[in-house]
Design a protein around this ligand. Structure first.
Ligand code: PLP
Length: 395
């Protein structure tokens, strides 16, 4: 039997490769950080979600070690059987404090948080109204739920309103959006979404994975940015990006919603508890966030500087309120050539093209971090200018 299947897979894989979509992994031989080692060569990293530069933070590493010493290596259980330590409850409290929400439930990843949030809450009488560019895990979560599905064009408030009208006879309506959309770096217009939710009697869910730690003066995410702390029913997020980059996800929001998820959310009920070391480091991370705003300030200053300089040099950058800067090249082969040449110059960036972004919208996506020093940013900008001139992108 396997021979036939093997042939089938080989053909499919060859097709993926022929389409130029085969994903090769570049092997990093160092911790994640502003500077990484790839193939024995030092390079500057501008394509990690390590927005606050915490992925190699000594205090977090220490907290993780202490947590492991105090509470062991693993839980070998789901939360409700015998997988809940004092640490898990403390981390959930820290997350609620951070976002100004009522309660929080932890998952192994935000993929699980999104996968397990819809099905326990909504049924066939209800409506989920989802932004077209929402993350894959939201799309999968919605698929697992029997609620009726409505989709609106990315951040398009006229379309959202039309979808809300189409869903007006449903029992409950939930609008779902990413906080920051990872390909353009645009922030969801949460003020307008909230207004429409009020007008059409809908609830709102925001996935803060790319916005938490980044957006808002103190990095509390899009609810801080739009002055809506405590007003949004459901927030989901990850500990795998700005918040240290290890792993762990959460849903935070209204008390009864979280309570119901603890009863019925399948990735919570049927998947292992977070490891004590990671939980302890997460607690320390949120303590650090409440002690100082240094990292958020540095990230914001870095992002502003980078985009201002790139635009001054003649690059076409999408407007961004996040730490993501999309440098538009429009041409797919050019984006790949550009990224490869950047790597020759010791700058690690990724070129994206269709189907990851719309046809004719190829780009280099640059991700800025608080770990970047000004000299890192300048080196990256200089490499962009050199290669931009070489490839005729700028004069
Ligand atoms: C990264 C990401 C996730 C998945 O987070 P994990 O914790 O890595 O599973 C979910 N949603 C969005 C919007 C993301 O960007």
């Amino acid at each position: 039997m396997y021979n036939k299947f093997q042939d089938f897979l080989r053909q499919e894989l060859a097709q993926i490769e022929a389409d130029g979509l085969y994903k090769n992994e570049r092997i990093i031989e160092s911790p994640q950080g502003a500077e990484i080692i790839v193939k024995g060569k030092k390079c500057l990293n501008f394509c990690a979600n390590n927005y606050l530069g915490l992925a190699d933070n000594p205090e977090l590493i220490e907290a993780a070690k202490k947590g492991m010493d105090a509470r062991g290596f693993g839980m070998s259980s789901v939360r409700f059987i015998c997988g809940c330590q004092d640490l898990h409850k403390q981390l959930e409290e820290k997350i609620s404090e951070f976002f100004g929400t009522e309660d929080t439930i932890l998952y192994a990843a935000c993929f699980d948080a999104n996968g397990g949030v819809f099905e326990p809450l909504l049924g066939p009488e209800d409506a989920i109204i989802s932004d077209a560019l929402n993350h894959a895990s939201i799309i999968d979560g919605v698929r697992l739920c029997k609620a009726q599905r409505f989709r609106y064009a990315n951040a398009d408030m006229a379309d959202l309103e039309a979808q809300l009208q189409a869903a007006k006879d449903c029992r409950f309506r939930l609008i779902v959006t990413d906080g920051v959309f990872s390909m353009d770096g645009n922030v969801c217009p949460l003020d307008k979404i909230y207004e429409l939710a009020q007008k059409y009697d809908a609830m709102v869910m925001v996935d803060e994975s790319h916005s938490a730690g980044v957006v808002g003066v103190t990095g509390r995410g899009v609810t801080e940015r739009f002055n809506l702390r405590g007003e949004i029913e459901i927030l989901t997020g990850t500990l795998g990006k700005a918040f240290g980059g290890a792993m762990g996800g959460f849903t935070t929001g209204k008390k009864e919603i979280i309570d119901m998820l603890r009863q019925r959310s399948r990735p919570y009920l049927f998947s292992n508890s977070m490891a004590p070391g990671l939980v302890a480091a997460g607690i320390r991370m949120f303590e650090m966030m409440s002690e100082t705003n240094e990292l958020q300030d540095k990230l914001h200053a870095n992002t502003e500087y980078f985009i201002k300089e790139m635009v001054a040099k003649g690059f076409d950058c999408k407007p961004s309120e996040s730490a993501i800067c999309a440098v538009m090249l429009y041409d797919a082969p050019l984006s790949q050539k550009f990224a490869a040449r950047m790597q020759d110059e010791g700058i690690f960036v990724t070129g994206f093209y269709y189907p990851v972004v719309p046809k004719g919208q190829a780009r280099i996506r640059v991700q800025i971090s608080a770990a970047h020093e000004k000299e890192h940013l300048d080196k990256c900008i200089n490499a962009f200018v050199k290669i931009g001139q070489e490839l005729g992108v700028i004069k």
